[in-house]
Design a protein around this ligand. Structure first.
Ligand SMILES: Cc1ncc(COP(=O)(O)O)c(C=O)c1O
Length: 362
């Protein structure tokens, strides 16, 4: 028997979520964000399933080339642009678009000798203070780009929002105003909105939206749940019980003996652990589904195993199915129990977990 840890990837759910993006931002073009191996879902399978997107956003040229070699022909944008001048030739050869967020990248473009001009998004720092040109630097940077033979015209204008996931936060409107002032009078398409802005800030939709997490069926809002936005979970991390024991009151479970049975109880051992990407920081009480019903994680997460309290699931047997997150158990909820965010859990699923493509969860 092979180790039962698997990640089911529901391609129908992915397509449903893209439809939700288009409903929320009608008429806007969609740059599907599929960096970090499509948030852990498999970049090629996700790009193929999202063939109704208008383009893709990735973090590195390696990810982009994997897509081109798999036959993906739509626009692909390198969201951090190029890291060194030597990448310019590959960028041009694979017809990639680049974000230009720093003067060092302007220098690289000006020195580039590639034949076909590259499509550029000029990144504006409207207040997140991570990547991008400060408002006063925008027009000079734009002028250098328009004068550059290596750059296709017109240039797009992009910014990223820091607090769109908090619907009452004033920063989003400040960022919008800042962008409008910095880019006033400049031609070219605009792109501002991530998932939270697509769902919560329609005034940010502009020409291109850039959904990431909502495509994977996760709420982008603090404390939110996908179902509130009619999003469907794409990844279900599942495994099985590999042992069932009956312990006595006072018996300690797992490393550090951190959990002590409060009464005689059945305990299940599940073949999943931090070596698979299940969070080491998940606390006793984190929900787990056994045979489709909720039970609680108990004790410390090990590399390959976790233990669960089967007091309410007395009939559970070795081989019974276990869901760690996904269909029936929101990944957002598991993330909260592990003091992290769903993005990190999805991106962190380890390579040893077999991915299985499915079309609908029944
Ligand atoms: C520049 C940029 N745009 C869009 C996104 C998508 O964000 P989200 O996954 O919150 O929709 C990201 C993700 O980090 C990003 O870095």
């Amino acid at each position: 028997m092979t180790r039962p840890a698997q990640a089911l990837i529901d391609l129908s759910a992915l397509q449903h979520n893209l439809t939700r993006v288009k409903q929320a931002a009608p008429g806007r073009r969609v740059m599907a964000i599929i960096k970090a191996d499509a948030y852990g879902h498999g970049i090629v399978r996700v790009a193929r399933a999202l063939n109704e997107a208008d383009g893709y956003g990735v973090a590195s040229i390696d990810e982009a080339i994997v897509l081109r070699e798999a036959g993906v022909t739509r626009p692909i944008t390198l969201l951090e642009g190029c890291f060194e001048a030597s990448e310019m030739e590959l960028i041009s050869r694979h017809a990639l678009s680049v974000v230009v967020h720093h003067a060092a990248q302007l220098d690289m473009l000006e020195r580039a000798a590639q034949k076909s001009p590259v499509t550029v998004w000029l990144k504006i720092d409207s207040g997140m203070h991570r990547l991008g040109f400060a408002p006063v630097e925008v027009k000079p940077a734009w002028q250098r780009l328009t004068a550059c033979a290596a750059v296709a015209q017109p240039i797009g204008l992009m910014t990223h929002l820091a607090c769109a996931d908090d619907i009452s936060h004033p920063a989003t409107l400040h960022q919008l105003e800042c962008l409008e002032r910095a880019a006033a009078g400049l031609p070219g398409e605009r792109s501002i909105a991530n998932s939270a802005a697509i769902l919560g800030w329609p005034q940010t939709h502009a020409d291109w939206v850039r959904p990431g997490i909502m495509l994977y069926g996760v709420s982008p809002f603090c404390g939110g749940r996908a179902a509130e936005h009619n999003l469907k979970s794409v990844m279900t991390l599942r495994s099985a019980l590999i042992a069932v024991h009956h312990f006595k009151r006072g018996d300690a479970i797992g490393y550090g003996a951190s959990y002590v049975c409060p009464h005689d109880m059945p305990v299940g051992v599940v073949a999943i652990g931090y070596g698979d990407g299940y969070p080491r920081h998940a606390q006793t009480g984190t929900p787990v589904l056994v045979n489709g019903r909720r039970v609680a994680l108990i004790g410390r997460v090990s590399m390959d195993m976790i233990c669960v309290d089967l007091s309410t699931e007395q009939g559970a047997r070795v081989g019974d199915p276990v869901v760690l997150w996904g269909a029936g158990l929101p990944v957002e909820e598991v993330a909260e129990h592990a003091a992290t965010i769903a993005y990190e859990l999805l991106c962190g699923v380890a390579r040893r977990v077999r991915c299985v493509e499915v079309h609908g969860q029944g």
